[in-house]
Design a binder for this molecule. Structure first.
Ligand code: UDP
Length: 244
């Protein structure tokens, strides 16, 4: 993709560059229990964005001086594989990856019943296999599913989507050109059953009216994604039941 010439984001027919309507989500796939050596794992695809997540724990924390007497310590690593982006990404952690790891940790932590596991650690690793916008949110969802797959109690599963503005139109679930060239990018993550926001960030500008419209659109998208996550978890339990 050209780095210096803004493409048209909304075409004459009102559709987006990937053929979606402004309020349409990208196709999504998710699966849990995909790694045999982790306590919990998941893989998630949001359009062309692909993430794998693994969870270890709760377990005794090392080094021991990091132990918190009243709760578990959550450690999170978000990382992009060198082949995940248009241009090869250096495998060493960038400032962006360190920041996103922190943002994801804070969002994920607020969903976990950390007080149930004093002096222990829960380690969460997310690898971006393929990046096409929305990797922080897809990673957060993959992490949330992997935490549940590990049997760790949570307040709710996290569902997330980015909304934004492209060529003056409020759009749901940004793709890479919209993320890069759009007027605003607003990632939102929630625990829908308790109506609690885990993460909200914003790049660009929206009027108060547009912001409200964007949040309404995000809430609708989040509800659809949340239902898909619940189905993913349920289908795994049905599989277990049938096996036993
Ligand atoms: N991106 C990239 N190389 C990088 C970082 C980002 O190609 O080193 C692309 C990637 O597709 C990513 C998008 O830019 O999804 C948007 O990145 P942003 O920082 O907004 O985070 P994201 O939307 O992935 O959460």
């Amino acid at each position: 993709m050209s780095q210096n010439q803004k493409p048209k984001l909304i075409l004459e027919n009102g559709l987006r560059t990937d053929g979606r309507k402004p309020d349409e989500l990208r196709p999504m796939k998710m699966e849990i229990g995909v790694l045999k050596n982790a306590d919990g794992s998941s893989i998630i695809e949001v359009g062309n964005t692909k993430i794998i997540a693994a969870v270890y724990g709760p377990k005794e924390i090392h080094p021991r001086h990091l132990a918190l007497p009243g709760r578990a310590t959550i450690r999170v690593r978000y990382h992009m594989m060198p082949f995940s982006t248009d241009e090869r990404k250096s495998p060493s952690p960038s400032r962006r990856e360190i920041e996103i790891s922190k943002v994801i940790r804070e969002a994920l932590e607020s969903s976990i019943l950390v007080e149930q596991f004093p002096r222990s650690s829960i380690d969460v690793f997310m690898e971006v296999i393929q990046a096409d916008a929305g990797t922080r949110l897809a990673s957060l969802m993959a992490a949330s599913l992997a935490v549940v797959d590990a049997g760790i109690p949570v307040k709710d599963i996290i569902a997330a989507v980015a909304v934004g503005k492209a060529d003056g139109v409020i759009v749901l679930d940004l793709n890479e050109p919209e993320d890069m060239w759009g007027e605003a990018d607003l990632p939102v993550a929630m625990m829908p059953s308790i109506n609690q926001v885990n993460l909200i960030q914003m790049n660009g500008n929206l009027t108060p009216e547009e912001f409200k419209q964007a949040i309404d659109l995000a809430s609708r998208g989040i509800q659809t994604i949340y239902n898909m996550e619940k189905e993913t978890l349920k289908s795994k339990y049905i599989e277990f039941k049938e096996e036993s």
